[in-house]
Design a protein around this ligand. Structure first.
Ligand code: GLY
Length: 333
């Protein structure tokens, strides 16, 4: 463990030693965190980072949005829209696995570079929940709309009712009903989210996260993906983070917010993701039974990725390439 990492563990994250000296060291005069200078090759050339292999086409769509003059927010929205529109995806959008009662319900959120955020939860029959989340952010005084209210708002904004039902998802649900037992299957049932972080040619950050959530969840269950600070957090001064995996564990530990705050206090994106996974381990005796993965980007365009189990992958579009990478993990099983 590096000295700085020891310091982070002993001070910033436990509250010990956060005296005036430490604060002076960590914070700039205006109260913002000291951060990596945005002078890297990536800064202002654009970057897209997203969860899982399915992030590759999402990254492409985000990149196209940037090339058409879009900002980081447009990139984030268009990127995840691509995944939502793919009805063969069983964990995002209307093709996703249903809840225990056979209904596919969708969660999504979006956050821009100014700290604005929008979210929809428990939304049915709308193809692009992330776009509805953007409208909540831009057109209402609220951050979150849920269920019927979110659906009615979507209709009022011109989003069409979509009655698509996935045969494959329904078949899987009927099979599940035979036992009705729930046990997450690591990296299969849990690769359940697209979380995408975009940096545009101004060096600004935004993100979006969208999912049909845990397969065969209780009706009304909402995971981390639409929760600001849970499945996604963006602070344009510091960086951004997103998560995938068992939402309950991410929510309990304010996962993406924790990652960004760790970066604010000087951690690299990689160290910050590791810190958030360690926090899950500390708070969950059963942490070996489920998967969570985090991705992070800082203002210099450096990235981090870390998961509980091996198998978490991410897609990174930067400097002319768009490739899938394997995340490091806490466990080596
Ligand atoms: N990470 C997505 C969910 O738990 O719903």
């Amino acid at each position: 463990m590096t000295n700085r990492r020891k310091f982070l563990k002993a001070s910033a994250f436990t509250g010990i030693g956060l005296g005036a000296g430490v604060l002076t060291r960590l914070f700039a005069q205006n109260g913002s965190a000291v951060r990596t200078a945005p002078n890297s090759e990536v800064f202002k050339s654009g970057l897209v980072l997203s969860t899982w292999d399915a992030g590759i086409p999402a990254n492409e769509a985000a990149w196209k949005a940037m090339e058409s003059g879009g900002n980081a927010l447009d990139m984030a929205e268009k990127g995840v829209n691509d995944t939502e529109a793919n009805f063969s995806n069983l964990t995002v959008g209307l093709g996703g696995f249903p809840d225990r009662d056979g209904h596919t319900t969708l969660d999504a959120c979006i956050m821009d570079s100014t700290g604005n955020a929008g979210s929809v939860m428990f939304l049915e029959h709308i193809k692009h929940p992330a776009s509805v989340a953007r409208r909540v952010m831009e057109k209402t005084p609220h951050v979150i709309l849920v269920g019927e209210g979110a659906y009615q708002f979507a209709l009022s904004e011109g989003f069409p009712h979509d009655s698509y039902v996935s045969e494959e998802s329904q078949k899987a649900w009927k099979e599940w009903l035979k036992t009705s037992q729930y046990k997450p299957i690591i990296n299969i049932e849990n690769h359940d989210t697209i979380g995408l972080i975009a940096m545009d040619t101004q060096g600004d950050l935004a993100g979006a996260c969208t999912t049909s959530g845990m397969a065969f969840k209780m009706r009304g269950r909402v995971g981390d993906s639409p929760i600001i600070g849970g499945g996604l957090y963006v602070d344009n001064e510091v960086g951004a983070a997103t998560s995938s995996g068992l939402g309950e564990a991410v929510i309990r530990t304010c996962g993406s917010f924790l990652v960004v705050e760790a970066m604010r206090h000087g951690a690299s994106p990689q160290e910050a993701c590791e810190e958030a996974i360690q926090r899950i381990k500390m708070k969950h005796t059963n942490y070996k039974d489920f998967q969570v993965g985090y991705l992070a980007v800082n203002k210099a365009g450096e990235i981090g990725a870390y998961a509980i189990h091996p198998g978490f992958t991410y897609s990174l579009h930067k400097l002319g390439t768009n490739k899938v990478y394997k995340s490091a993990s806490l466990l080596d099983n």
